[in-house]
Write a protein that binds this ligand. Structure first.
Ligand code: CDP
Length: 253
């Protein structure tokens, strides 16, 4: 069999040409990076967990009518997704202050925000994904006014869905990042959720203890990242209830 063509390799994933036109195979690596790749490590089993967790969230979103790029999971590390044109924005939704918002505005981490706040960053690693306003987005043509309305509505629907799913298992959704893709259906174009939704791109805190169950465990050296992600997967029923943290997770299905 001919080797499939690699389209792109990012920090945590590799994209390969899919079996049908308009499809992509998304491969989840075990690599973890933080602070714009200044801190790097390989975390055994992270890719397997994120593949499964992203499948779980994307499927759930699909079930409530939020369009995503997800088609199906192929194996432990790969999923088939729709090819999209990525809108060059990182869309961040925050429910509680943390990370850069806390630093920028001097708000103590964990402070509940008066309402969900959506922020946009320009997707450019070289520049460290700088925060931008809708003025920049419109002036530089990164997205139209209609796109921005659709993106805001998608972001808030994802926030409501994820917050609810997490609350049901005793986890507070502090913030998260999504990426948006543009697809063309005949003459129509529309925006869908792309990339991944996983503990790599969310802040998740245990409601009782405040324990961090997301990539901050790696960023801030707070223990085993695999243990934290395994705990999220176990609570969501993505892994057997009696699973103990392990470096090579066993998954249902
Ligand atoms: O994560 P950091 O403190 O650098 O930035 P933030 O603006 O506080 O991040 C807000 C949320 O977006 C966190 O859940 C991050 O994990 C996520 N994020 C991401 O997944 N990728 C980025 N390039 C930036 C933020």
């Amino acid at each position: 069999m001919a080797r499939r063509k690699k389209i792109y390799e990012g920090k945590a994933k590799i994209l390969y040409e899919g079996p049908e036109p308009g499809t992509i195979v998304q491969y989840f690596k075990d690599d973890a990076t933080a602070f714009n790749a200044e801190k790097k490590d390989v975390i055994d089993g992270k890719g397997v967990l994120n593949n499964r967790l992203s499948e779980f969230f994307m499927n759930g979103l699909g079930q409530i009518g939020v369009p995503t790029h997800f088609i199906k999971r192929l194996n432990m590390r790969e999923q088939l997704v729709r090819q999209v044109e990525i809108v060059p924005l990182e869309v961040i939704v925050r429910n509680y202050a943390a990370g850069t918002m806390s630093k920028r505005l001097g708000i103590e981490e964990g402070t509940q925000l008066p309402r969900p706040i959506v922020e946009y960053c320009y997707k450019d690693d070289g520049l460290g994904d700088p925060l931008v306003t809708e003025e920049h987005i419109a002036a530089f043509g990164w997205a139209s006014q209609q796109d921005m309305e659709d993106i805001l509505s998608l972001a808030l629907r994802v926030n409501d869905f994820l917050s609810g799913v997490m609350m049901a298992v005793g986890i507070k959704l502090v913030d998260f990042k999504i990426e948006i893709g543009r697809v063309y259906d005949g003459d129509f174009q529309r925006l869908i959720i792309a990339d991944e939704i996983s503990p790599d791109s969310c802040r998740l805190w245990d409601m009782e203890t405040g324990r961090k169950l997301d990539k901050d465990v790696f960023r801030r050296d707070l223990g085993s990242l695999t243990d934290a992600y395994t705990e999220v997967a176990r609570r969501l029923g993505v892994m057997p209830q009696n699973a103990t943290p392990m470096t090579k997770p066993t998954l249902i299905n």
